[in-house]
Design a protein around this ligand. Structure first.
Ligand code: NDP
Ligand code: MG
Length: 421
């Protein structure tokens, strides 16, 4: 049973603010554990950060502004919220690591977007914290390093990504039964010896909403605008993941995330399209039985589950409207129209340096698309081309991965210049 002191890295974002909401509810439902945001971070939205801190009860002890360039303006903004007296202010990327490893903190919610979340998440893992992982890019970039660090420190990685939370929940329910038969002594379904512990698991089935372009042809997608791509039908999320959902690069990143999180080979992962976003994922067992997790498309449930696992408490997310049951559909994913999916499976199979390269190219391509410099369909193309051009290594060091992160961004940006919009 974890304690209630939470560091929220990326508190100003969509996951970060939802986490604050969950903590406020847990404070009411579970007063014994004295739930609180011990520290919160923001990068550019400093006024929001001040408002979030001022609106928290109790006010967080530490406020981190991770962009060091904003120190002067942040000090005066936070002063206007009268926070300078009650909170410690800390600045720069190293401040994220200090917040993530603070001895007083029980759980770190890793909710920074992109590779920028890597160092603080990795240090939280190394410090043996419970880590609620929203920042999937950390595992995509450095899966082997992060999972090895978790094994060594005893850190428990609890997925916040709704699909992975769903799988975790299905496996945890199966495991709790195994436990009552005295069969299991591990502390988490994400233990690296997953395959030995779950000999009965045949396949992990990730659901995908299909995004705003689910029914579009490739020709239509070629001319898709940023506004159309940002208009997600079921989820309200940050900009980068919303574009990733439209290209289905998000599902590619999730295939890779699942590989590392559950130590499952790529050919035991499947993707199916489920536009209603009610079934968050499924697990198929060897006897053919399939167990699924269902809830409304609201991230507060997986966030809360990561905080309170293995307990379940009342959650501020609304209950499932039974009307949804009559309209749920599952259909095969179309790899031809969404080539990112094939890329995701290839990268999961390759492992090593493949993840960092595709992620770097994608992180370079998304802002170029948003700025109107490349076409929507160029995003996946740039990722594939960058992957093709790199020399694959199967056992890279962290330093090598970080070098390739820089290389892949630059390479994709150079390729993009050659494209004519
Ligand atoms: P948002 O864009 O809403 O928030 C991102 C957060 O990261 C903000 O707090 C932002 O600060 C901070 N940030 C941005 N750049 C940096 C940087 N260079 N250094 C430090 N902090 C930075 O994203 P989401 O909340 O949507 O997503 C967060 C993560 O969770 C992503 O990895 C995403 O894939 C994952 N996720 C999100 C889901 C969702 O429903 N939103 C669902 C599943 C996974 P500021 O805003 O102050 O600049
Ligand atoms: Mg997801």
């Amino acid at each position: 049973r974890s304690g209630g002191r939470v560091a929220i890295l990326g508190a100003t974002g969509s996951i970060g603010t939802a986490t604050l909401d969950v903590i406020a509810a847990l404070r009411r439902h579970d007063p014994e554990r004295d739930w609180r945001a011990w520290s919160i971070s923001g990068h550019s939205r400093i006024d929001s950060l001040g408002k979030l801190a001022a609106g928290s009860d109790p006010v967080p002890g530490t406020i981190v502004v991770s962009d060091p360039e904003r120190e002067t303006s942040a000090r005066s903004t936070l002063k206007t919220h009268q926070l300078h007296a009650s909170c410690r202010l800390d600045f720069g990327p190293e401040a994220l690591v200090r917040a993530a490893t603070d001895a007083s903190v029980d759980t770190v919610v890793a909710a920074i977007v992109g590779r920028a979340g890597l160092e603080s998440t990795l240090e939280a893992v190394r410090a043996g914290k419970r880590v609620g992982l929203a920042n999937k890019e950390t595992l995509v970039v450095a899966g082997p390093v992060v999972t090895q660090a978790a094994l060594e420190s005893g850190s428990v990685l609890l997925p916040i990504d709704s699909e992975h939370s769903a799988i975790y929940q299905c496996l945890a329910e199966a495991r709790s039964l195994a436990k009552t038969t005295g069969d299991d002594n591990a502390n988490s379904p994400c233990d690296r010896r997953f395959s030995q512990k779950y000999p009965g698991v045949r396949r992990l089935i990730l659901t995908a909403s299909g995004g705003p372009f689910r029914g579009w042809t490739v020709d239509q997608m070629r001319d898709a605008t940023p506004a159309q791509a940002l208009n997600h039908p079921t989820w309200d999320m940050g900009q980068k993941i919303t574009i990733d959902s439209a290209t289905m690069m998000n599902k590619a990143l999730e295939i890779i995330e699942a590989k590392w999180l559950f130590d499952v080979p790529h050919d035991r992962i499947e993707v199916v399209v489920h536009p209603q976003s009610i079934i968050h994922s499924l697990v198929e067992f060897d006897d053919g039985s399939v167990i699924a997790q269902l809830s409304p498309p609201d991230m507060r449930l997986p966030i809360q589950y990561a905080l309170t696992y293995p307990e379940r408490l009342p959650c501020p997310a609304p209950p499932l409207d039974r009307g949804n049951f009559w309209e749920m559909t599952l259909s095969p994913a179309d790899h031809e129209r969404f080539p990112a999916l094939t890329l995701g499976f290839e990268v999961a199979q390759m492992g090593g340096t493949a993840g960092v390269v595709v992620n770097g190219a994608n992180e370079a391509a998304v802002p170029l698309f948003l700025a109107g410099k490349i076409r929507f369909t160029d995003i996946a193309e740039l990722c594939r081309e960058t992957l093709r051009s790199h020399h694959h290594e199967s056992q890279p060091t962290l330093t090598r991965l970080l070098e390739l992160d820089t290389w892949s961004r630059e390479y994709a940006a150079k390729l993009a210049v050659k494209l004519v919009v």
